[in-house]
Design a protein. Structure first.
Length: 549
């Protein structure tokens, strides 16, 4: 246990060291703490309001309905936490187990220390305090329910963290091929999006003729009872078992939660031992014929860079979601529009897809890693580098948006009327405004606001001590790209304000000009920044590579 406590202390020592070293890291942590404080305040206010609303009412009927909702919501939150950990945080956002290889720490002690370090992080602490505040929602059920709500709070956090650690360890250990990692990433993202859209789809299905939401408890009672006997929802059912005096079920759920945490710990320990014993094993090799994309890209310096970037996009599992992100937005708004009886809603998927497609390029040099050093050695200028990268992302974005617009144009029936055609082309122009403006900004931020990324061979890991930067800097990029399309927003305001919504095509034309102008400006400015910061960037990428080991 002493070793585990030392690892927890080391976790926070690294955190404070990173904050002193990086201003952006400090801002990211402050932003995370503010979000945690806001979550705690929101949960506390909600719990207090529920207790005040239900106090003195018939406890049996309301307790049954509340149990159903809490178990369902808690199970969904648990799955979301696991998925977010897989897609974003990874194994050990501050501590990397490979850093401890030379110290001879037993696997169980090391795994316990990693688990406790995760439980001492800002998300876990904010979640624990939020659940403790949520206990106030059970005061109207009596002291036993309130007491076991307090007990259930840490059990929920430990269970979520244990399941997440096991899933990350298994994914990192068992998925060895890049193709398998790509497929798994896409599968997890689809599950994540489906869960985000489930409330909207269910709400649309349950809304009545008057448009109001009608909740049918019978529809969810069976899933709730099943989830209450799984690690996903068992902890959330404990207060209601105590309120009903169902002590046998309560003890059974406690035993199941304890066994779940134990099995997850044993599974993580096995993965840790397996990775250590099988490190450096044989890797599959593939025969490559020809020179790939280098054969059809322009025969120039920027063309060679375009070929390299395009090859990375095809083979890098960390960037694989870039190629399917536009299609995911079509599925999101397509299902939501179908449930609401509005086919026009799917058109906004073009705008969202254009906005998010350049997210990877906003930190493109970090994904290149030390491969960028060869460019510096060969004397490639910043202008050539930016032109080569823009060529790939601009052509890919343009092709995606045009193909999706054509498909939506056919399937939504917009071709039947002139008004539908005008709206379609207008939305496409706005989508190009977002796509090109965000790409132009990405060519600037990728040279200045860099943050470390996972290793290509271990995409489910996270660089040591940089989790906050991974979350905060993309937020700054998304906000900045939104600011760049203000000219398009002004044009839309003028069209609707002065022309009464007629001549919508003006918005599309302004959007296209807006996007191309910001792309040209960002490419030029990014090239100059790259020339002036090239050696500093190489040093930064070297430090990032050290964090991935």
């Amino acid at each position: 246990m002493k070793t585990a406590i030392t690892i927890v202390k080391l976790r926070w020592a690294l955190t404070w060291a990173n904050m002193r070293k990086s201003v952006w890291q400090t801002i990211g942590y402050i932003f995370g703490w503010l979000m945690g404080a806001g979550l705690i305040a929101l949960v506390a206010a909600t719990a207090k309001g529920i207790n005040a609303e239900l106090a003195g009412q018939e406890s049996a009927r309301h307790a049954q309905t509340m149990s159903l909702l809490v178990v369902l919501a808690g199970s969904i939150i648990t799955v979301m936490v696991v998925i977010i950990q897989l897609l974003y945080i990874g194994q050990g956002s501050t501590l990397n187990t490979k850093r401890f290889e030379l110290f001879g720490i037993p696997d169980r002690q090391l795994q316990l220390g990693i688990l406790l370090a995760g439980l001492s992080g800002t998300p876990a602490i904010a979640g624990l305090v939020s659940l403790l505040c949520w206990s106030m929602a059970y005061l109207w059920l009596g002291p036993s329910a309130f007491t076991f709500a307090l007990v259930a709070a840490p059990l929920c956090i430990v269970t979520m963290m244990s399941i997440a650690k096991l899933c990350i360890s298994l994914a990192s250990t068992m998925l060895t091929s890049r193709r398998g990692k790509n497929v798994f990433y896409i599968l997890i993202m689809l599950i994540f999006i489906a869960m985000l859209e489930a409330p909207a789809l269910i709400g649309g299905a349950q809304s009545g003729p008057d448009g109001d939401l009608h909740f049918d408890a019978n529809l969810f009672s069976a899933p709730s009872r099943i989830l209450a006997w799984t690690p996903l929802g068992a902890a959330f059912q404990l207060p209601f078992d105590a309120c009903a005096g169902n002590w046998l079920a309560l003890v059974g759920r406690l035993l199941m939660l304890g066994l779940t945490c134990l099995l997850c710990f044993m599974g993580c320990t096995w993965c840790l031992r397996y990775e250590r014993l099988h490190a450096g094993g044989s890797q599959r090799t593939a025969a490559i014929k020809g020179i790939g994309s280098f054969s059809w890209m322009p025969d120039s310096v920027s063309g060679a860079i375009s070929a390299r970037v395009f090859t990375y996009l095809r083979r890098d599992p960390r960037q694989g979601m870039f190629l399917v992100m536009p299609l995911l937005f079509v599925l999101i708004f397509g299902f939501q529009g179908h449930s609401m009886g509005s086919s026009a809603m799917v058109w906004q998927s073009l705008i969202w897809g254009g906005w998010f497609m350049s997210m990877i390029e906003s930190n493109g040099l970090a994904y290149d890693g030390l491969g960028f050093t060869m460019q510096v050695i060969m004397g490639v200028s910043g202008r050539q580098d930016r032109r080569g990268r823009v060529r790939v992302y601009m052509l890919t974005s343009t092709a995606y948006l045009l193909i999706m617009a054509l498909a939506l144009f056919i399937f939504t029936g917009s071709w039947r009327t002139g008004a539908g055609l005008e709206v379609s082309l207008t939305v496409l122009g706005v989508a190009f405004a977002f796509a090109f403006s965000s790409l132009g900004l990405a060519e600037v931020t990728s040279t200045t606001l860099m943050y470390p990324v996972p290793s290509m061979d271990k995409p489910f890991s996270s660089p040591q001590g940089r989790a906050m930067a991974q979350g905060f800097i993309p937020f700054v990029y998304m906000l900045g790209s939104l600011v760049l399309v203000i000219p398009t927003g002004i044009a839309a305001a003028l069209v609707f304000g002065l022309l009464g919504g007629s001549s919508l095509w003006i918005i599309g034309v302004v959007g296209l000009i807006n996007g191309l102008g910001m792309l040209a400006l960002g490419t030029r400015l990014g090239g100059r920044l790259l020339d002036s910061r090239m050696l500093s960037i190489v040093a930064t990428l070297g430090s990032f590579a050290g964090l991935q080991k």
